[in-house]
Design a protein around this ligand. Structure first.
Ligand code: AHR
Length: 518
């Protein structure tokens, strides 16, 4: 951990980073006596697709690499993922999932067939990273694997045999093949996606057609031994509420445990999304306003789910989210490599607060993607690896894993984008962990105005100040580079006070903060 936040703030003030635009005030009530839902740690999930340098040249370096590795996966990333207690990892796609044939990725590597990765740059995929490599990595990490099966170009038989290969303990053709390939005992796999974006790259299906296909495929995804699959329906794109309606109406609750949702924050148009690092104030506020849209999506999709599933047995699984910008100049457009600034940290904080606050329905989420692709946690360059600002937010927010959500009511000053569309300057979420500690996570999205958040935490009598953390920087465009990998990191934060039930937190402009009451 770096030095205390006050010395950091002093440096910023001397550098003239904070304008004299004045301080705003927000009021917040935390009903610490009304916690009902658990924030699933799986909301803090990740996603690694065979895309660009996500796996090859990212996670995977191979056993013979000079980069220190465990079973071919770089140790620096493994260690950093353990630090944030990665709960699950989604693989192999994305769009790649619906053209992936798992049998190409098992057995001796030299004999694995090669294929063309048609979605992502048309590069040759040599299948070096396959089922064993992925599941061994998850075991090493202590993370639940989340496998996305192929519906678009696969068969029911292929998917069914994949489940058997991985999870069956007895004598069977697939279990024996697994043993022949060096793995005696089955792995445990819980999360199983039945296709990806089947309205698009996963087969261009209609909702009604896919719902029928889903019912058929899931029938043959068996629960072997005591392995219990959590089967996830390929859900809607953004605001396709018809798709959600059909998934809930046509697929009985007992045949599904989750329905996915995909939404990316794109500041401009898809044809020219905007740069990851070179953006102005207007583009910044537009990005934040669009990140807030996740709240409406989760609320409206959740309302449809409530009509069919009032007991909330089916989880909303936001298994692709994050910022999507133009690729870095000079890089392969099919590789989706983008830098990551303080803006990404703000979007991560805003989005994770939304998921926490919808813990009754959002049971899982996966930021896209883990390494070198879209809103990554890690960037690599040969031997070098850096942690992005987004990584640090996941580190800060790990206190919410499996904690009890504490309902909050927040009155925040407004921020506006250049079209005059308003959104709250501050967002927050709160939880109580197994040790009884309360954590408040707050985001101040304003570029100039600091804000004082006056909280009343009902039910927190007798608690005192614990530790605090903040991520901020001099400039919203600041990022970590291989030359300066620690420009945007976590600092200790102590600009908050606790007096009985009253908690006052002074949030710097453009910051994400978590404070602890113990
Ligand atoms: O994450 C990149 C791509 O975005 C995924 O492959 C696809 O599912 C989505 O369209």
């Amino acid at each position: 951990m770096k030095s205390g936040f006050f010395s950091f703030l002093l440096v910023l003030c001397c550098g003239g980073a904070f304008s004299a635009a004045g301080q705003a005030t927000a009021e917040m009530t935390v009903n610490a006596d009304q916690g009902k839902y658990t924030i699933s740690r799986h909301i803090y999930g990740h996603f690694s697709e065979h895309l660009g340098r996500g796996i090859y040249g990212g996670l995977w370096v191979g056993e013979d690499s000079s980069v220190p590795n465990t079973g071919g996966v770089r140790n620096d990333i493994i260690e950093a993922l353990k630090r944030i207690r990665i709960p699950n990892l989604r693989w192999p796609g994305g769009c790649f999932a619906d053209e992936y044939h798992w049998r190409d990725g098992i057995g001796p590597r030299s004999e694995r067939p090669k294929m063309i990765n048609t979605h992502w740059g048309g590069v040759v995929e040599d299948n070096a990273f396959g089922t064993h490599e992925f599941l061994n990595l998850c075991e090493e990490l202590g993370a639940e694997p989340y496998i996305c099966g192929n519906v678009g170009s696969g068969t029911v038989e292929e998917m069914s045999k994949w489940v058997e290969y991985i999870t069956f303990d007895g004598e069977s053709p697939m279990a024996n093949l697994r043993r022949q390939n060096g793995r005696e005992k089955p792995w445990k796999v819980k999360f199983w996606g039945v296709g990806n974006e089947n309205w698009g790259c996963g087969g261009n299906m209609t909702a009604e057609y896919y719902a029928g296909e889903y019912r058929r495929y899931q029938t043959y995804c068996r629960n072997y031994g005591n392995n219990r699959l959590y089967r996830i329906v390929g859900g809607p794109n953004v605001a396709d509420y018809h798709w959600m309606e059909v998934m809930m109406r046509d697929i009985p609750t007992g045949m599904k445990q989750g329905v996915s949702l995909h939404y990316y924050t794109v500041p401009n148009q898809w044809s020219d999304k905007g740069s990851a690092t070179d953006f102005d104030e207007a583009e910044y506020y537009r990005t934040i306003r669009k990140a807030y849209y996740m709240d409406e999506l989760v609320t409206r999709h959740g309302a449809i789910m409530d009509r069919y599933d009032p007991e909330k047995r089916v989880g909303l699984v936001v298994d692709e989210w994050g910022n999507w910008f133009n690729v870095e100049p000079g890089t392969n457009p099919g590789f989706l490599y983008q830098q990551n600034t303080l803006r990404d940290a703000i979007v991560a904080g805003v989005t994770l607060n939304i998921f926490n606050n919808h813990a009754d329905r959002v049971k899982m989420a996966n930021i896209a993607q883990l390494v070198n692709v879209l809103q990554s946690l890690f960037l690599t360059d040969g031997e070098k690896m850096l942690l992005t600002p987004t990584y640090h937010v996941f580190d800060m927010y790990k206190v919410h894993h499996d904690a009890t959500l504490l309902p909050t009511v927040l009155q925040s000053p407004e921020a506006k984008d250049e079209e005059g569309k308003a959104f709250p300057q501050v967002t927050a979420s709160a939880s109580r962990d197994a040790d009884g500690k309360i954590h408040l996570s707050l985001v101040n999205a304003d570029l100039q105005r600091s804000v004082q958040v006056k909280c009343v935490v009902h039910g927190a009598q007798g608690m005192s100040r614990g530790k605090g953390q903040v991520i901020t920087s001099e400039n919203i465009r600041d990022c970590n580079s291989f030359e300066n990998p620690n420009r945007v990191v976590l600092y200790d934060f102590d600009d908050f006070s606790v007096d009985g039930e009253k908690v006052t937190v002074n949030l710097p402009a453009m910051s994400v903060v978590t404070v602890e009451l113990k």
